[in-house]
Every structure is written in structure tokens, then in C-alpha cells.
Design a protein around this ligand. Structure first.
Ligand code: GAP
Length: 491
């Protein structure tokens, strides 16, 4: 499937569509419809439950989006958070220079200096793909959105390009609130903004998007992970930096063999395993997932090592959906230096240290994109989303077979009871076949129909979205039936 098919489908059924369509859209910005907003909230809820509510080591925060400008000086974003850009001298179109070189020449120059990319463009006479014009010099372009805070010009600040920095700046206070435990993690989810040069591929590269991030702090002198035995044997499709340098492809391997000796190695392996498990738990096809170690040139300025969880799209190939970076002590040290405040933690023996940090960073939109891509099914009869009940917009739809003869009254009673526990949808209009198809399209796993037999023996039919099989269940047992089937649902 190509990404455009999925984008058209999502617009049609109310998942996501370009913002302000009546004015022609606005590149890199999307709005979420009635179905999409449910899916998005569900994904975020499952993530929060998995990592905050079910991990004793982790607490959550919610930081501000417009952030003190010094944060971004200390973090290195003012200096380093840029892409390389070139503009056509004839038609004025701007291109991300490294992506252009990859597309036109097949050479990966990600992370190379602007001058080097410029030389490659000139030597190979790469021209504007749109009009054939000559390309201007390759320059750096900072991706942060600036904003003015206060009247009369005020202070120049930035919309956060990652949620992570709000975690780092709050570390001293939250560490105290968490009663100085170590290791411990702080989680946050919310909007991030990047003035991407070429936003594209539907929800994949946006200018406004959401992240779900954890900064997991540990003492490099006491870095054993108590869950290591549970994860060390787990296998994934893996690709190390060395394998890439030898021109090899990904192959099934133990996660433990992906990560070399480094402080916090066991935790890094744990976070890779937990990350892959999370994607699978929300319905991302495990056969399309691989974990790739970034090459040294690709790494962000703060990274001692980064592993990307990637998803294989038929038309776009392998693409990053999550980055898991070892940020060492970079961020806490920088904020200590720039703010003059202490970012140290204390060991039981009283000695002090700056914690190291491992950061798993998921994009909400890319998670949903991979999930929908995995769930989309089309055959001669219908299009449906084979989506996991825990993230489906509705778990159940309830219909009376016809809107007369007392059937709507019974159906409404059942619907009211179900919706106290599950997200439910009620519909009594139109042909029953069409009502089923509509629910299939948005991924509702179960449809309950009240028919004439219900009046006689109080049973209803429950239809399974994937098999389209129906079974009769007594109306008083419907809630227990749903509970059981949601619990046992497997991707
Ligand atoms: N704090 C680390 C950080 O922000 P990143 O690799 O730049 O690292 C993490 O971003 C994740 O955020 C990515 O794996 C991706 O899922 C998501 N993301 C980044 N830029 C994005 C964009 N322009 N549009 C949509 N999602 C994006």
C-alpha cells in the first residue's frame, strides 16, 4: 500500500485531514477528526498506563510549550538543531539538501557538513527536481519556531522542538519529589514543533506533532537493570552500525547483541525491548519492525549512541518511528553550567554525581501511522481496520435491526449499560449491512444487534469485525462477553 491511499482513507472516515482545507491546507499541519481523536487519545492512554502507571520507577510531568529561551541555548538547540537547505535559484523551491542527495544520487549524507553536501551537489550537477534550475548554496537552517512573548516585541522565545528539555530543567525538583530514588524516570507527552523544510508523507513529517518521551536517569556506577533477565534473550530484526558499514542487511538477532559495552547497557537493552513490545501491543505488525543503530554521523549533538525503531512502509522503505538515545550526562551538565543550579544526585554513601540518561522518544503520529498501516485491510467486499480493541475508536457499536417495534428502546438500554465501561456507538439509521460496513471501516471490533428474537428470548447478536461471524448472547451477559474478548484479543 502507498501512504497516499492511507491518507485518503483517513480523511474519508474522519481520522485525520489537512488543516484548514477550505483555504487549501497548510503544509505540515493536520487536524484530527471524530474517529482520529479517539484513536489518538487511546494510544496516549495506553502509553501512559504502560510506562507511568505500571512502572514504579517512573513519574509524569506536563511542561510548557513556549519555553524560557535560555533552555534552548543550554540544550544546544540554538547552535545545533538545524537541517541543511538549498533553494532553487529559478523557481525558489527549498529542499532539504541531504534528502535531495539521497533521492537523486542514492548517497546517504545525513549529518555531513553543509560544505561537503554542497560539493557533492555541484560535482554531480544536481538540479532542482521541480524546474531543472540551478540550486543555491547549501546552508544551515534552524528548525525551531520563534515566537515573541509580551508586548512591544518582548522576548524572543521558541516553541519546544522536543518535550525532553522540560524534563531536564525540572530534574532537580522532581528528583526531590521522587524522594531521591535512582534509577528513576520522568515521562511526558505533548506537542512539539519543528519548522521542517519539507514536511511530507501524511503524518510522517509534520511541523506540529506530539511526542511521548521518557528520560530515564541512572547512576553509571550502579547501572544494573533488575529486569535484564526478562529481556536479554528477546529477538528482533536488528541492524548494528558495524553491519551497515559492511553493507549487510537486518537479520533476526538478540536485542542484547545490538548494544555494545557502555554505561547503562542493560537499561538500553531493556528500553529497546519495552519499546518494541509497546508497538506490538497497540497493533503494529512485528514483521515490519526493525531496530537499527544510528551511524556516528547521524547522531544528534547530545548522543553517545542511538537506536531507532523503524517501520517498513511498502513505498517509503524503513523509516524511524521512535529514537532511543543515550544522552549521557550532556543535558543535565549543560543546565547545571548555564543555570548555576545543582543537577547532582546523591548516592547512599553521600557521594554526588550527575546521572546519565537514556531517552526513549516516540512520535504519537508515527506510532498511529504504523498502527493504521498494519491494520488496513481491503477486499472485494469491504475495507476494514483490524485495529486492537484497546486503541479502536469504539469497542462496540449497538444497533436495533429496524427503528420500530420497540427494538430501539431495548437497544438503547443495552447501549447505555455498555458505555459505562466501554467506548460505544449507537446507530439506528439505514440498512444494517451499511451500518456494519461503516463500523468495519473505523475499526469497531464488535457490533451488537437487537432483533425480533431479542423480544422473545432476550438474546442479541454479537458480530466480530474480522471474521464477520455472529453469535447470540443473552443481553445480561453482553458486558462480561466484551470484557473477556477484549482481554483475549491478540494482534
Ligand atoms: N528528544 C529526542 C527527540 O526529539 P527525535 O528523533 O528528533 O528525538 C523523536 O524525535 C521522535 O519524534 C521520532 O522518532 C518521531 O517519531 C517523532 N518526530 C520527530 N520529528 C517529527 C516530525 N517532524 N513529524 C512527526 N514526528 C516526528
Amino acid at each position: 500500500m502507498d501512504i497516499k491511499t492511507l491518507a485518503d482513507f483517513c480523511a474519508k472516515v474522519g481520522i485525520a485531514f489537512p488543516t484548514a482545507e477550505i483555504y487549501g491546507g497548510f503544509s505540515g499541519f493536520y487536524d484530527w477528526g471524530p474517529v482520529g481523536v479517539e484513536i489518538k487519545n487511546n494510544v496516549k492512554r495506553v502509553w501512559w498506563r504502560t510506562f507511568v502507571h505500571q512502572m514504579d520507577e517512573i513519574v509524569g510531568i506536563d511542561g510548557s510549550i513556549v519555553t524560557h529561551p535560555d533552555v534552548w541555548k543550554a540544550s544546544g538547540h540554538v547552535e545545533h538543531f538545524h537541517d541543511v537547505v538549498t533553494r532553487c535559484k529559478k523557481c525558489g523551491r527549498a529542499y532539504r539538501a541531504d534528502k535531495l542527495v539521497l533521492e537523486v544520487l542514492g548517497i546517504n549524507v545525513e549529518g555531513k557538513p553543509a560544505e561537503e553536501i554542497d560539493t557533492i551537489i555541484r560535482k554531480n550537477n544536481v538540479r532542482c527536481p521541480s524546474c531543472g534550475g540551478e540550486l543555491g548554496p547549501v546552508e544551515y537552517f534552524n528548525l525551531m519556531f520563534e515566537t515573541k512573548v509580551g508586548p512591544y516585541g518582548g522576548v524572543t522565545s521558541y516553541l519546544r522542538p522536543e518535550t525532553a528539555q522540560l524534563i531536564f530543567v525540572n530534574f532537580p525538583r522532581v528528583y526531590l519529589l521522587a524522594r531521591k530514588r535512582m534509577p528513576f524516570g520522568i515521562a511526558q507527552m505533548g506537542k512539539a514543533y519543528r519548522n521542517e523544510i519539507s514536511p511530507r508523507n501524511f503524518l510522517f513529517r509534520l511541523r506540529e506533532f506530539e511526542q511521548m518521551e521518557i528520560e530515564f536517569f541512572f547512576d553509571p556506577k550502579d547501572d544494573a537493570c533488575p529486569y535484564y533477565n526478562e529481556v536479554k534473550g528477546k529477538k528482533v530484526l536488528g541492524l548494528t552500525a558495524e553491519m551497515q558499514e559492511r553493507g549487510e542487511k537486518e537479520r533476526p538477532m538478540r536485542i542484547a547483541d545490538l548494544v555494545p559495552e557502555m554505561p547503562g547497557r542493560e537499561w538500553m537493552i531493556f528500553w529497546i525491548a519495552k519499546s518494541v513490545d509497546f508497538f506490538v501491543s497497540v497493533g503494529v505488525d512485528p514483521k515490519r519492525i526493525r531496530v537499527r543503530e544510528q551511524l556516528p554521523d547521524e547522531r544528534a549533538h547530545y548522543s553517545m549512541g542511538t537506536w531507532d525503531v523503524e517501520f517498513r512502509f511498502d513505498d517509503l522503505g524503513w523509516q524511524e518511528i521512535e529514537g532511543i538515545a543515550h544522552r549521557g550526562t550532556y543535558d543535565l551538565s549543560r543546565h547545571q553550567e548555564f543555570s548555576g543550579k545543582s543537577f547532582e544526585a546523591v548516592r547512599p554513601d553521600g557521594s554526588k554525581f550527575i546521572p546519565m540518561v537514556i531517552e526513549p522518544s516516540w512520535g504519537v503520529e508515527r506510532t498511529i501511522l504504523a498502527m493504521l498501516y498494519s491494520a488496513y485491510r481491503k477486499d472485494e467486499k469491504r475495507t476494514y481496520l483490524r485495529i486492537h480493541p484497546q486503541v479502536a475508536p469504539y469497542v462496540v457499536a449497538v444497533f436495533p435491526l429496524v427503528s420500530k417495534d420497540g427494538l430501539p428502546e431495548i437497544a438503547r438500554e443495552i447501549y447505555k449499560e455498555i458505555r459505562t465501561e466501554f467506548r460505544a456507538f449507537y446507530d439506528e439509521k439505514g440498512n444494517i449491512g451499511k451500518r456494519y460496513r461503516r463500523q468495519d471501516e473505523i475499526g469497531t471490533p464488535f457490533c451488537i444487534t437487537v432483533d425480533y428474537q431479542t423480544r422473545e428470548d432476550e438474546t442479541v447478536t454479537i458480530r466480530d469485525r474480522d471474521t464477520m461471524q455472529q453469535e447470540r448472547v443473552h443481553k445480561d451477559e453482553v458486558v462480561a462477553w466484551i470484557r473477556e474478548h477484549v482481554k483475549n484479543w491478540r494482534v
